[in-house]
Design a protein around this ligand. Structure first.
Ligand SMILES: *Cc1c(COP(=O)(O)O)cnc(C)c1O
Length: 386
């Protein structure tokens, strides 16, 4: 079977795939079907937190799969309870709802915020303010939340109740929050799909203040930025704010589908039995993987992420063909003089996998990528940008 031909014929054509078929890997190296090795700076879009087939992760997954792979959420299982407790203890949040993806984690966040607003202020307080250039997922509601028109084309009518504010413009946020009966403001501290753009600290603090002054729920979408990616467990921790709700997914289970919506004390009991649910959410294997990932996101690892980040910023800033460097931690965007897509294709030919986000090159290496591989990959990128 020719995999690429078969895929193109039978798999819905929603992805502009690179012409590479990956068959295996270890850590930050992956191998294609022809036996060519690549240094992976994508981590499956910030999913494989410790790279491919990491030993600790693999053991946690296999041990749980050998016990029980799934139970209905109508019964208790250990990994789900254990991971929820860990997440709360590490963040100061009070309860967690588990799902399977980022979009679902955000859907839950919006449901909680709307119900909380309905309970406390009345059912017409339902507007959710998100930011222009944001990305919150692909369900119809999360498309509506996403502040980029290119995702909206062909899928109207969108879900009503979402409005978009200009990022880093606090006045505008204030005006919108006053003009609408607002349930929640939802932000990404670093806009990932929007080109790896970190919001200004003053702005994020200001948004948190507008939310708390007006009884508006603050949701931080940590789907891409979470779980150590920015050099702290969650990106909001870089900004010194306390969100009411935090959603996460991608890197949480290190390569298995798992979404989590973390609820602060204020909203922890807003959802009652029957208000929300998920068949697969909180799956024992995914949660056991999550426990093994979270256990390893410690101060030492985070210091390493910040070191590697510093290296990348220093290497790329001012390099020939690189116009600017953006992002935080191991979530980095490069604006290049050549089209980003061309640079990424050149890098792939040279054995380095990276991504694009809008008009930038996007780098999302594993949190524990060995320095020698990172240095080697950075040289290739620099060469391809020049
Ligand atoms: C990837 C992403 C999502 C969507 O996650 P899925 O798991 O694809 O549903 C939502 N928000 C942000 C910030 C993301 O990066």
């Amino acid at each position: 079977m020719n995999i690429q031909e078969t895929d193109r014929e039978y798999v819905a054509g929603t992805y502009a795939r690179f012409p590479v078929t990956i068959t295996a890997g270890k850590g930050s190296l992956v191998t294609d079907i022809d036996g060519k090795d690549y240094i992976d700076l994508t981590s499956g879009i910030a999913v494989n937190s410790f790279g491919v087939c990491d030993d600790v992760w693999y053991k946690a997954v296999c041990e749980q799969a050998a016990k029980i792979q799934h139970m209905s959420n109508l019964f208790y299982t250990e990994p789900c309870a254990k991971l929820a407790k860990m997440l709360c203890e590490r963040t100061g949040m009070s309860k967690v709802f588990f799902s399977n993806s980022g979009a679902e984690a955000n859907e839950c966040a919006v449901k909680v915020a709307r119900k909380y607003a309905a309970d406390t202020k009345g059912p017409d307080y339902h507007t959710i303010i998100t930011l222009k250039n944001s990305f919150h997922g692909r369900t119809i509601a999360m498309l509506s939340a996403t502040g980029q028109d290119k995702f909206h084309e062909s899928f109207r009518p969108l879900t009503p109740g979402f409005v978009h504010a200009e990022a880093n413009n606090l006045e505008y946020m204030k005006v919108l929050a006053d003009a609408h009966k607002t349930a929640a403001i939802m932000i990404e501290c670093v806009q990932g799909e929007g080109g790896v753009v970190a919001l200004d600290e003053e702005y994020v603090k200001g948004v948190a203040k507008i939310a708390s002054d007006n009884g508006i729920i603050l949701i931080v979408d940590e789907v891409q930025t979470g779980n150590g990616r920015t050099g702290h467990l969650y990106s909001y921790m870089n900004y010194g704010i306390n969100p009411d709700i935090v959603s996460t997914a991608k890197g949480l289970a290190g390569g298995l589908p798992l979404g989590a919506t973390m609820l602060s004390e204020k909203v922890k009991d807003t959802l009652k039995p029957g208000d929300h649910g998920s068949t697969f959410g909180g799956n024992p294997v995914a949660c056991a993987a999550g426990v093994s990932i979270l256990e390893r996101i410690d101060d030492k690892l985070m210091a390493g992420v910040r070191e590697k980040s510093k290296f990348l910023f220093e290497t790329f800033t001012g390099a020939p063909g690189i116009v600017s460097v953006s992002g935080m931690g191991l979530m980095m965007g490069l604006k290049t003089t050549k089209p980003a897509k061309d640079v990424v294709n050149a890098c792939i030919s040279e054995g380095v996998l990276c991504l694009t986000a809008k008009d930038r090159i996007r780098l999302l290496p594993a949190l524990n990528i060995p320095d020698d591989l990172l240095h080697k990959a950075a040289e290739v990128i620099k060469k391809c940008c020049a």
